[in-house]
Design a protein around this ligand. Structure first.
Ligand SMILES: Cc1cc2nc3c(=O)[nH]c(=O)nc-3n(C[C@H](O)[C@H](O)[C@H](O)COP(=O)(O)O)c2cc1C
Length: 366
């Protein structure tokens, strides 16, 4: 493998869209936007700085597809046409750089607090839920499911209209789509629960509907978590899910590993990383992005050696907006957190984002 592979251009096989290099800014919620869901200039500035810093792909924070899908205050939304003008400001600024821009579409499900949305949180089943005034989620009815599919679809259509190059469906981290995927959160016995195929039906129907309503050139991918114990998402099922997604013909699958170098979890005896296991399971997969605990050039190169096509990063790009540009230096090993408030302000984080980052262990120097 060439040591400079990370700087080679890359093409998605379905849409044939070109990426300038193999680096991806992973989605990061930053709470910098307006309460009506309009993306703020602060959030645009934060993303633009990373695009100027050389990332091949910029992914926005998770953005809610309906009012009831919202999980945090300060989250920008794509659930109404009135969001489009400011989203166009974002995409036209990013298109002045060489980066592609993707929106991460999401529904919080049982993690969408009623105090924020005004609605009882929806999920695959009736589950105990601290975010609900009743202490329980509402089990999604067939009408709710139809609306969820429509909300994701219309949001993707709006993203296309607003100038995004594509979308990433957030099917990871315990939000609504993963609540349908998980054996412990999806207790249904109808078309939408039971076997993995049925638990994955919501995700598949959303994908099919988005593909039907957006042009073929619009990039479509899915982010998954290989394992989430509390939800009953197990590696063996995730491997099968990748097979299901491969058959749907999408552009990419994004593995959210948290640590790309960790060996597989307790559900399978195997000494390989998640990325290796998933890549070794199929030929001709869609593009694989993998993310988690990458800091140095060496880390990035080692992830490419595992077989990932693209390298995703989160936290390192908060403190180091030019990370993608800097890894042209093969010895690049940037400063780790904690970062001072001054350093974070210089990296275009506003006050709200900086105080949010105080929740992340030892990230902000007090
Ligand atoms: C502040 C913050 C916000 C995040 N928000 C999201 C999000 O909106 N959607 C998502 O899929 N992952 C989110 N993540 C997870 C990151 O995308 C990434 O997978 C994780 O931070 C691990 O990568 P890292 O070790 O490079 O930071 C967030 C992470 C951080 C630090």
């Amino acid at each position: 493998m060439s040591k400079t592979k990370i700087f080679q251009t890359y093409r998605f096989s379905r849409t044939n869209k070109k990426i300038e290099n193999r680096t991806v800014l992973a989605a990061m919620t930053n709470k910098q936007s307006h309460e009506n869901g309009i993306i703020s200039d602060d959030e645009i500035k934060w993303l633009l700085m990373r695009a100027k810093g050389g990332f091949g792909i910029i992914t926005t924070a998770a953005t809610n597809v309906s009012k009831e899908a919202k999980a945090w205050s300060g989250e920008f939304g794509v659930y109404d046409d009135f969001h489009i003008p400011n989203l166009k400001k974002l995409t036209s600024a990013i298109h002045q750089t060489k980066s592609l821009i993707f929106a991460q579409l999401f529904h919080g499900g049982m993690k969408s607090p009623q105090r924020i949305t005004g609605y009882i949180p929806l999920s695959a089943s009736e589950l105990n839920c601290n975010e609900s005034a009743t202490g329980k989620t509402k089990k999604a009815s067939c009408i709710d499911i139809k609306k969820i599919i429509n909300d994701f679809t219309m949001s993707a259509v709006r993203c296309h209209e607003a100038g995004f190059n594509g979308i990433e469906l957030h099917a990871a981290h315990g939000y609504l789509i993963s609540q349908f995927l998980g054996k412990k959160t999806n207790l249904r016995y109808d078309n939408w629960g039971g076997s993995l195929k049925k638990r994955a039906k919501l995700l598949v129907e959303i994908l099919r509907s988005i593909k039907k309503h957006t042009p073929e050139s619009f990039i479509i991918g899915v982010r998954i978590s290989p394992e989430i114990e509390q939800l009953g998402i197990e590696l063996n099922d995730s491997i099968k899910l990748v097979g299901i997604l491969k058959n749907e013909v999408i552009d990419f699958i994004h593995l959210s590993c948290w640590d790309v170098f960790a060996k597989s979890g307790p559900s399978i005896r195997n000494q390989r990383t998640f990325t290796e296991i998933i890549i070794d399971s199929y030929k001709n997969l869609p593009t694989i992005i993998s993310t988690g605990n990458i800091w140095s050039s060496l880390d990035a190169h080692n992830l490419l050696k595992q077989g990932a096509d693209l390298v995703g990063v989160g936290r390192v790009a908060i403190g180091h907006p030019n990370w993608a540009y800097n890894i042209s230096n093969l010895n690049y090993n940037p400063q780790r957190p904690p970062f001072s408030i001054n350093e974070l302000e210089k990296a275009n984080l506003n006050r709200t984002f900086i105080s949010y980052m105080k929740n992340w262990n030892n990230f902000v120097k007090e």
